[in-house]
Design a protein around this ligand. Structure first.
Ligand code: CMC
Length: 385
């Protein structure tokens, strides 16, 4: 279609306005509701950032206390959801497990709401649904990993904040403050990123006046792919393949000869470096020191230096977060579910924003198939025309 200006992959297309976050590749900055993400990661607990994304302002001390109390009420995995997870094969991919758990929650929470015309719910109901998903996802993700390891469910600790409780739920022991801090920073960095593929998916589903859970389930599906969230898992597979810094050059020669994509590098919007990487790299460095694993940093730096010097393509957030989650003790397959637990905040903020100012998202396509043709022997029923 030579005369139609197609933006393959919607590259460069501004699809709508948003007040939630601003990505500026020119200045290499990312703002959540106006605040640089680096400042939020250095100063805030993840709960405060969730509040900011939903309400537009950071909470006062009193508001944060109220928000945390409400979050703690909804942390537990219900028996129905636990049972649904337990029925899945142990080798189900954790992304499919979390997607299924959210779908089960959605079916239960929206039961009795009548027909599709009532599916959307009020803004207040959807804010509450968002908070409940935010609160329960750590239990879903953590239980998934424990189940695969043959370990029993761990109950939440009401005396622990979100990040510390998340690690408690996964490992059944209190994490060192250094680890809690690095994990909290990763959650904040992953929370929101404007119209990325999964968020846009959530907005498309929301735009049809479907419900919040359907939008989140769709977003999880989009996040799973290795060109998007699945990249943090894929980075670790690459690290495992390479083994050590000494093997980087040989490995990269072969990978580039095979035209492989190097996971954790490149970005649709940032072409000169991802604004979130320096903060996450600093968090990774603290973990490397804490666990005394310098060889991880050596491999990281060697691969980055080699790839950037050869291709001029920079790391994205998934590059430092993959090895960081590995050092903390997460299984590689759990990395992208951790991304879900963080991004639920951004997704739901966008769902609420889309609902508040909705227009059905329905682009056009340029047809490039067969010319009009007809079924041989078919005689139109002229009487019916
Ligand atoms: N390894 C090797 N080559 C690459 C890479 C990479 N990671 N990224 C881009 N390129 C090359 C690509 O092959 C293409 O080369 P050519 O012009 O010769 O065909 C050129 O750079 C442009 O790449 P593109 O794929 O057309 O660019 P895009 O804007 O569509 O892609 C991307 C962005 C993220 C899909 C891509 O960089 C990629 O596949 N990266 C690896 C997967 C990854 O790390 N994804 C995480 C993205 S950011 C965080 C998130 O969403 O979770």
């Amino acid at each position: 279609m030579a005369d139609t200006d197609i933006k393959k992959g919607l590259a460069g297309v501004v699809a709508d306005e948003t007040a939630i976050s601003k990505v500026n590749p020119e200045t290499n900055s990312l703002l959540y509701r106006g605040y640089p993400v680096q400042e939020l990661a250095a100063t805030q607990p993840f709960e405060a950032v969730a509040y900011l994304l939903w309400h537009g302002e950071l909470p006062t001390e009193e508001q944060l206390a109220g928000f945390r109390a409400e979050e703690r009420k909804h942390r537990a995995l219900s028996p129905v959801v636990k049972d649904a997870i337990d029925r899945l094969p142990l080798d189900t991919h954790p992304m499919d497990e979390v997607r299924t758990a959210v779908s089960v929650i959605g079916a239960i929470e929206t039961a009795g709401t009548g027909n599709v015309l009532d599916a959307v719910g009020t803004p207040e109901e959807n804010l509450q649904r968002s908070l409940q998903l935010f609160a329960v996802l750590p239990a879903i993700v953590s239980y998934g990993q424990r189940r695969r390891r043959g370990e029993a469910l761990v109950e939440s600790r009401d005396d622990l904040d979100y990040a510390a409780n998340f690690l408690w739920l996964t490992f059944g022991e209190e994490a060192d403050p250094v680890v809690v801090d690095a994990f909290n920073r990763s959650m904040i960095l992953y929370a929101e990123h404007s119209f990325n593929a999964s968020t846009f998916t959530a907005r498309v589903i929301t735009s049809t006046l479907s419900d919040l859970y359907s939008a989140v389930v769709g977003a999880i599906g989009a996040l799973k792919g290795p060109l998007h969230g699945g990249a943090n898992e894929a980075v670790m597979h690459i690290f495992d393949e390479i083994g050590s810094a000494d093997n980087v050059v040989e490995w990269l020669d072969a990978a580039l000869a095979e035209k492989r994509k190097i996971m954790g590098f490149g970005h649709r919007v940032y072409k000169r470096g991802d604004s979130r990487v320096p903060t996450m790299k600093a968090a990774l460095d603290t973990l490397v020191a804490h666990y005394d694993r310098p060889e991880v940093a050596e491999l990281y730096t060697k691969l980055e230096d080699e790839f950037v010097s050869r291709k001029g393509i920079y790391p994205n957030l998934d590059y430092p977060s993959g090895p960081a989650y590995n050092l903390i003790g997460y299984d590689t397959l759990t990395f992208t579910p951790l991304f879900i637990a963080a991004r639920i905040t951004g997704w739901t903020a966008h769902i609420l924003e889309q609902q508040a100012s909705n227009a059905l998202i329905r682009p056009l396509s340029a047809y490039n198939g067969a010319d009009e043709r007809h079924i041989e022997g078919y005689v139109p029923d002229t009487a019916a025309l």
